[in-house]
Design a protein around this ligand. Sequence first.
Ligand SMILES: Nc1ncnc2c1ncn2[C@@H]1O[C@H](COP(=O)(O)OP(=O)(O)O)[C@@H](O)[C@H]1O
Ligand SMILES: Cc1ncsc1CCOP(=O)(O)O
Ligand SMILES: [Mg+2]
Length: 279
Amino acid sequence: MDDAAKEERDPAWWGRRAWSLLSAVRARAPLVQCITNLVSMDVAANALLAAGASPAMVHSLREVPDFTPRCDAVYVNVGTLSEDWLPSMRAAALAGRPWVLDPVAAAASGFRMEACLELLALRPAVVRGNASEILALANRSVAASSNFKGADSSHESVDALEAAKALALSTGSVVAVSGAVDFITNGEQVVGASNGVPMMQKITATGCAVTALIAAFVAIEPSDALVAAACALAIFGLAGEIGMESSKGPASLRMHLIDALYCLDKETVTSRVKLSLRP
Ligand SMILES: Nc1ncnc2c1ncn2[C@@H]1O[C@H](COP(=O)(O)OP(=O)(O)O)[C@@H](O)[C@H]1O
Ligand SMILES: Cc1ncsc1CCOP(=O)(O)O
Ligand SMILES: [Mg+2]
């Protein structure tokens, strides 16, 4: 990106871009095949629907040849990985559709780490994880420390920024690290997304749901996965902020976040998304 293009990307530019992508999701209802974990299926499908996309939880290897080529994007998530599902994940990733990867608890076991690395080699458009997951993938390390928290992060997103850049450069995928600030990078540019509320960490599978939303945005903008992923993260975080205004805790936030995602309008998105290109 040249300097002129960078300068155009002021907050107003990001607001317009986020709104235009959300509007396109609503208008075109991209079909997103989700091969995702058993915990996340409900919230990921509901987040996609609320945003205007069309989710389909289709896992069987025998369905991939017929179904996956008809999808606008594919979402692969290893949260409840088993040997049975890995062939479907591989085949769906190889079906020629834009696809995204969520490496839930990548460091939990050698099996899971190997599976994540194998899938990463199939070049997802975007890999989105929390800081601990991105650090583990970048270092190819299975957790040994007592600090390891499985699907939850034991690091801040900023701790994984350099790892995310290195991983993006080595894989060719856009890498997104979620947290208090989400960082999205192709190894050269870094975008920061500062929407969201800490309570989102207290709802299981919010990370899985936002990765599903990234897949819907990538379906609309496959040639600019960096912008698509950044806008999806900001939109989801904004829905969390608005949802939090009417919530008492994680259970009501889950409901209000989905309602807020459904109700987002142009004025709210363009004035409240917090996206910026980092130096
Ligand atoms: N401290 C925080 N403040 C604001 N938003 C957060 C915070 N932590 C996580 N989020 C948001 O919650 C969502 C899930 O992120 P995260 O909890 O990092 O993923 P995971 O569930 O995979 O561990 C993202 O949209 C992220 O921006
Ligand atoms: C708790 C849990 N265990 C296996 S998958 C899963 C959900 C993880 O969701 P997220 O990565 O969004 O926290
Ligand atoms: Mg996760």
